[in-house]
Design a protein around this ligand. Structure first.
Ligand code: F6P
Length: 464
């Protein structure tokens, strides 16, 4: 007898994977949570991606890729204030240690809270006595607080996909106490790394005068909750399978043909200043300056689908990258060789994983990143008999787990990154295999299903 679908697990995030949007532009949240939910029955609530002036629009229920969704539109003002203004012009730069890019206004804060309340009203209609609610990311931090206000008393967890900043950075935010207060409405608060967790604890201690109990719980606002690090990962088997298919696909074959036996270096990131793409281009330029023997033999393909195009910083970055890519190619290209291919568009996951399998080097050098799932996808995509080398920023959450096998660099050190890229390009097969094996061992112990079990296990242990 088939089980009636219920709302036992309700996942809430701003972005839900869209059947319409091109792969690669949705970020790690959509990929990670989608993989997790395909094995767990659950309902995923989020923004439909549409603008509609009707604030009373009802939830639209549908199923896609074996997951049930319930989505609703935002008004233009809500989108402007909640998503662009506060989420992406205040919290995103602040959480990525970039206070210079913070553009704060009270109007945007009000929009952020108004939309969180709207989410709470929708989610409240779906809650059943045995529901567990799992809220994702910085856009929806106040949601738990508003659900509690609405009398919802089931276990509620929050997972932050971005980094969490240190106390001295957080307190740049006017009203930071309230942000910390919202966290205390959850039962379990999850972070990507121990460093994010430490920062959060420091903020709760200094900014909120919370009490830390011996059983590991934090007490604030008359509630006790748990905060832990749960590093997100990928569905290893499905990534490996997609990578094999990607290489054999038409696009994979055409990519291989276009390389004509040259060595491929690959970067894949949403077009975002936190990803360090500009400095990465400079490091590649430095490599070409220093290593003349690489001329004509290496091709660096950077895939960066446009992201958050309504935020001015992102539009500026796009222009800057076009300029530097043109400069590098103008300086080094020959009649039969273009060293840097900068692709400003998204590709299907299958194509991306296929490209990653074809690469000798995964070149991922964010200036700050919650995790960087592409780094894990690069490792999963490799051919065990001839694996590539991961050059990874030590400021990506993924470096905590992959440091034993990756070449770990400081993305601000252009000279050092260029040297590391050279080292990766010259690494003998035996060392490549050894390093790859070490990273795979770690990833086998913590795949997306393990991540999901750990978080939901912690949430299920909550007594109400
Ligand atoms: O993975 C981190 C993240 O910030 C998600 O929260 C977000 O959905 C994704 O990147 C892509 O960003 P956006 O939803 O703004 O397009």
């Amino acid at each position: 007898m088939s089980k009636e679908p219920d709302n036992e697990l309700i996942v809430v995030s701003n972005r839900v994977p869209s059947p319409k949007s091109s792969g690669g532009s949705q970020g790690g949240l959509a990929v990670g949570v989608m993989n997790a939910l395909q094995k767990n029955e659950g309902l995923w609530v989020g923004w439909s991606g549409e603008i509609d002036e009707n604030r009373d629009a009802q939830l639209n229920h549908y199923e896609f890729d074996s997951v049930r969704f319930a989505t609703f539109p935002l008004t233009e003002t809500d989108h402007q204030t909640f998503y662009i203004g506060f989420s992406n012009e205040v919290l995103w730069p602040l959480f990525h240690y970039r206070p210079d890019k913070v553009d704060y206004s009270r109007e945007n804060l009000e929009g952020y809270l108004r939309v969180s309340q709207r989410y709470a009203r929708h989610v409240a209609t779906l809650v059943e006595p045995h529901s567990r609610i799992w809220v994702h990311d910085y856009q929806l931090i106040p949601l738990g607080f508003y659900l509690r206000q609405a009398g919802i008393n089931v276990p509620i967890g929050h997972f932050l996909h971005t980094p969490f900043p240190p106390w001295d950075v957080l307190r740049i935010l006017p009203d930071y106490e309230n942000l910390l207060r919202y966290f205390s409405a959850y039962d379990v608060v999850g972070f990507q790394t121990k460093c994010d967790l430490r920062n959060f604890e420091e903020c709760m201690r200094h900014g909120f005068d919370a009490t830390f109990h011996d059983d590991g719980t934090i007490e604030a606002e008359g509630r006790r909750f748990r905060a832990e690090a749960f590093p997100i990962s990928i569905d290893l088997e499905s990534a490996q399978e997609l990578a094999r298919q990607g290489v054999e696909s038409n696009i994979g074959k055409r990519m291989a043909q276009s390389l004509a036996d040259r060595t491929l270096v690959m970067g894949v990131d949403r077009l975002d200043y936190s990803k360090g793409i500009y400095k990465r281009f400079l490091a590649f330029e430095r490599l070409l300056e220093k290593a003349e023997h690489q001329h004509g033999h290496v091709v660096f393909v950077q895939i960066s689908p446009p992201s958050r195009t309504d935020v001015p910083e992102y539009a500026e970055l796009r222009t800057t990258l076009e300029r530097i890519a043109g400069h590098v190619n103008g300086r080094f290209s020959d009649y039969d060789w273009t060293p840097l291919r900068y692709l400003n568009r998204g590709y299907s996951r299958e194509s991306i994983l296929g490209f990653l399998r074809l690469s000798r080097v995964g070149f991922l050098t964010p200036l700050r990143d919650g995790m960087n799932l592409v780094a894990k996808e690069f490792v999963a995509a490799q051919d065990p008999e001839d694996p590539g080398v991961l050059v990874l920023s030590h400021l990506a959450g993924a470096s905590w787990e992959l440091q034993e096998g990756a070449l770990v660099c400081n993305p601000y050190d252009t000279e050092g990154v260029a040297d590391m890229l050279d080292q990766a390009l010259n690494m003998p097969l035996e060392e490549r295999k050894e390093r790859w094996q070490r990273m795979m061992d770690v990833m086998r112990n913590n795949d997306i299903h393990h991540w999901c079990r750990q978080f939901l296990g912690a949430l299920s242990a909550v007594q109400h």
